[in-house]
Ligand binder design. Structure first.
Ligand code: MTE
Ligand code: MO
Length: 199
């Protein structure tokens, strides 16, 4: 992969522009749970303590917002997405992974895209636990996808057979959002989907 190039249409900025479309939610870490569900053999959930103890992955990657800004060389650490897949054992026909956050934000990615080493559940950014504004306790990072897929304050992971829109997908953004293929909006290559209501 062309890891040390900037994807088409992107420019480096010094720092993250922080987005919270639906506001910054209050997360009570003593009762926090990340639940893994949907078309899987084993549903389960993880507390923050459990997530921390499973945090073995390190990923250095650029972060790309679909509006055109990128942040160079961000160090993310957290739970390899492969741990979630191996433990959940998604059933036949699973094609999508849908993320739900504490603020009500949602996003969706193809199952295929979370199978690689560049997909993790990030608990730490540049050596520090995620800040409250940047998604504490956890957000998915899939390095080759645009930043809107990285649902901050993640609380639920759903493995799905059928596509449904997340927050930005409902507003016209792409089902996959591969930065190297410049999949910003629906209809810009990739697969086509019907719009369906949430669940
Ligand atoms: N819950 C939630 N997650 C979100 C967003 C949001 O508004 N709410 N914005 C997305 C977008 S468009 C981007 S580019 C990144 C920005 O991450 P940052 O706020 O850490 O800069 O978060 C993504 N995850
Ligand atoms: Mo974004």
């Amino acid at each position: 992969m062309v890891q040390n190039l900037l994807p088409p249409g992107q420019k480096y900025v010094k720092r993250f522009i922080i987005y919270a479309e639906l506001g910054v939610p209050e997360v009570d870490i003593s009762t926090y749970n990340l639940s893994v569900q949907g078309n899987v053999k084993n549903k389960f959930s993880l507390t923050y303590e459990e997530l921390k103890s499973l945090s073995t992955a390190k990923l250095k990657s650029d972060f790309h917002c679909v509006t055109g800004w990128s942040v160079k060389d961000v160090l993310w650490e957290g739970v390899p997405f492969s741990y979630i897949i191996n433990r959940a054992e998604p059933l036949e026909g699973t094609e999508w992974v849908f993320f739900v956050s504490a603020d009500g934000y949602t996003s969706i990615v193809p199952f295929e895209d979370v199978k690689g080493d560049d997909a993790i559940l990030a608990l730490y950014m540049n050596g520090q636990p995620l800040s409250k504004e940047q998604g504490f306790p956890v957000r998915p990072i899939i390095a080759h996808l645009y930043g809107w897929k990285s649902a901050k304050w993640l609380t639920e992971i759903h493995f799905l057979k059928e596509y449904i829109d997340g927050y930005w997908e409902e507003r016209g953004y792409h089902e996959r959002g591969d930065v190297w293929k410049e999949e910003r909006f629906k209809g810009m290559s990739g697969r086509h989907t019907r719009r369906r209501p949430l669940f």
